[in-house]
Design a protein around this ligand. Structure first.
Ligand code: MG
Length: 254
């Protein structure tokens, strides 16, 4: 059952997503070489509180962080700790917040200074793939159309997509139906209807698709140790153009 939000609920989703986007924006401005991922987690805790919200991730299945903070070969679900951000890294921040019972979820990949050209392209291309798939997140499309678009766009540029972790419906719960894999067949899966709110989140690997989970039981890393990029928006399906609820003025792409 995919929840369809009513107008009043959509307004609450807008507020939650605005808070999530604002926190991500503030973190993006803050990060610098030399910071530990714990520093970033602590800043996230403060910014989320200042947005009048709570972390949607803290305590979720016992996740210990206020956000997911992942570097280079870490794909998603990294936990703030002693790892120190270095010049030339790519940093993935995933921020989910609860505000008045509703959840906004968004993520971005940040280049810390100048990164190697192949990694630079991976980050740009992954941002572009999310931007380009969003117009397809509209009433009448099927989940498989979104999945397939992301997969084909990634493969066409020589990347691979992570198969074990997926986008999802989001609302009162962090993970609602439907699951939105970053691979699939067009014309398959549930049909999108106005009022659905979906977290679309390509996870794209420079090398092979395989991933493994570290001993902390959370951090997902690429099996080949090559970098991975992650971008996410919460999107409202409407009868016309989709509305990006976590839209930010500052984006990687013009
Ligand atoms: Mg998500």
């Amino acid at each position: 059952m995919i929840p369809i939000k009513k107008d009043r609920e959509i307004d609450q989703m807008r507020a939650a997503c605005r808070a999530a986007a604002e926190v991500l924006d503030r973190l993006e401005n803050l990060v610098a070489p030399g910071m530990t991922t714990r520093d970033i987690d602590e800043a996230a805790a403060q910014f989320i509180a200042e947005a009048g919200a709570k972390s949607a991730f803290l305590g979720y299945r016992n996740f210990p962080g206020h956000l997911c903070v992942s570097i280079n070969e870490e794909v998603v679900h990294g936990i703030g700790g002693n790892r120190r951000l270095a010049y030339g890294d790519i940093l993935k921040l995933d921020v989910g917040v609860v505000k008045d019972g509703w959840i906004g979820d968004n993520a971005t990949t940040i280049r810390i200074g100048v990164v190697p050209p192949a990694v630079d392209r991976l980050v740009e291309d992954s941002a572009r793939i999310l931007r380009d798939v969003i117009p397809h997140v509209t009433q009448g499309s099927r989940v498989g159309d979104i999945s397939s678009f992301i997969e084909q766009a990634a493969l066409a540029r020589g990347y691979s997509v992570v198969r074990e972790f997926v986008g999802h419906g989001v609302g009162r719960k962090l993970h609602e139906d439907p699951q939105i894999p970053n691979f699939g067949k067009p014309g398959t899966g549930p049909k999108l209807k106005a009022g659905m709110t979906l977290a679309i989140e390509p996870m794209i690997n420079l090398g092979a698709a395989g991933v493994r989970i570290l001993d902390d039981k959370w951090t997902v890393v690429t099996a080949d140790g090559l970098p991975s990029a992650h971008f996410e928006h919460t999107v409202l399906v409407t009868k016309d153009e989709p509305e990006v609820l976590t839209w930010r003025k500052k984006t990687l792409l013009k």
